[in-house]
Design a protein around this ligand. Structure first.
Ligand code: PMP
Length: 390
């Protein structure tokens, strides 16, 4: 038997250097990396069970408990982006025959419902028109009537810029024996959130928004009630990779000897450790306050330039991600394109909001007065330039 050598030439593109232009990321994510986080990306790797790495994982768990505001033992990070947090939560907390209530204020409620649908789970949706939240009384009523096993709420919907109020939903869930699941991917660290006070049973987030770390990990936390439900499942969790008890063991949440589960993305865990350290130094409440204060700077800059936020009720605006109405006769894409040629990213709408809005993310280090004023200045200038073309 002869083994023929491949004659295929290496791809030419790979013989060139990679092009990574500088960019100010003011879209809905990823945001810019802070220098202290970027530095961690060139540190040498450790093994995923080396004691020094285990120590770093322990620090990350403490940092996540601090920012989620929880005592939950099962607090760790799933290897994957925000979606992996959503999938991990849902494959563990739902089983066939369960009823699932989704509070839908934009794309992310639809995504959760779609995922449940793929799992063969019955879904009921309670929705708000885009740009609005669902009144909590309506959610409580839906819980009492539908008696779901799990309730999903996205705290900050990045497709609309709405911050859904969460108060008292957890009480209704406890009263009716439901678990309470919250998506904080676009909101954690940028608007108040207290997992334990809100009686949240599972919350997940992501690294690439307020935390200013690269995408690739989904912080997650399960309450004791959630863990009890998982332990008492009739069917095994259909995913090994997302099995919360296995992941919890690897992250040192159960006090048992750590087993190999998967190879953690070592460098991304370093980045998350650095991001949590930055928040610990500033203070989580101080970070939230800064995002709120700078959201005011953004609103007044918009006003100065004759632009309007999409979410009319100021109390329902997500401080770290603002949606802006595209003025009549303006092509949102041209404007975003112009900004990009100046090295600044803002995004258009997502899902139902495409064409109607721009989305400006001011996450973490990008929540800064001067930077925000400059972005709005450039937005206004770009609008004027595209208008003068007409
Ligand atoms: N939930 C929300 C609210 C989000 O904004 C996003 C990302 N834009 C996700 C979930 C999914 O996260 P990822 O893109 O990191 O998978």
């Amino acid at each position: 038997i002869t083994c023929s050598m491949s004659s295929r030439a290496p791809p030419k593109a790979l013989l060139q250097d990679m092009v990574v232009p500088p960019r100010q990321l003011f879209g809905p994510g990823p945001s810019n990396m802070a220098d202290s986080i970027a530095e961690t990306q060139s540190k040498n790797l450790l093994g995923h069970l080396h004691p020094e790495f285990v120590q770093i994982m322990g620090d990350v768990r403490l940092g996540l408990q601090y920012i989620f505001k929880t005592e939950n033992k099962y607090t760790f990070a799933v290897s994957g982006t925000g979606h992996s947090g959503m999938e991990c939560a849902m494959v563990n907390l739902l089983e066939r025959g369960d009823r699932f209530l989704v509070v839908e204020i934009g794309l992310w409620g639809q995504r959760a419902a779609d995922l449940a649908n793929r799992m063969g789970i019955e879904v009921k949706k309670i929705s708000a028109p885009h740009g609005k939240a669902v009144p909590v009384e309506d959610i409580r009523k839906a819980i009492a009537e539908y008696k779901p096993n799990l309730v999903f709420v996205c705290q900050g919907d990045s497709s609309t810029g709405v911050a859904q109020p969460l108060e008292t939903i957890g009480d209704a869930c406890r009263e009716h024996n439901a678990l309470f699941l919250v998506d904080t991917v676009a909101s954690l660290g940028g608007t108040p959130f207290d997992a334990d006070a809100l009686k949240v049973d599972c919350v997940y987030s992501a690294t690439q928004k307020v935390l200013n770390a690269p995408p690739g990990l989904a912080p997650i936390s399960f309450s004791d009630r959630a863990i009890e439900k998982i332990r008492n499942r009739k069917q095994r969790v259909a995913s090994f990779y997302f099995d919360a008890l296995e992941l919890g063991n690897y992250w040192g949440c159960d006090g048992e000897l750590k087993r190999y589960h998967h190879t953690a993305p070592i460098s991304t865990v370093y980045a998350l450790r650095a991001a949590l350290s930055a928040i610990a130094k500033e203070g989580i409440d101080e970070s939230i306050q800064r995002h709120k204060d700078n959201a005011q700077v953004l609103y007044s800059s918009l006003k100065k330039h004759g632009l309007e936020p999409f979410v009319e009720d100021e109390n329902l605006r997500l401080p770290c991600l603002t949606t802006v109405k595209v003025p009549e006769g303006v092509d949102w894409k041209d404007v975003a394109g112009k900004m990009m040629t100046n090295g600044v990213e803002i995004a258009g709408g997502l899902g139902a909001t495409v064409g109607k809005i721009w989305r400006i993310g001011t996450f973490g280090i990008n929540s800064n007065k001067t930077k925000i004023e400059n972005v709005v200045e450039l937005l206004s200038k770009s609008i004027d330039e595209t208008r003068s073309k007409l």
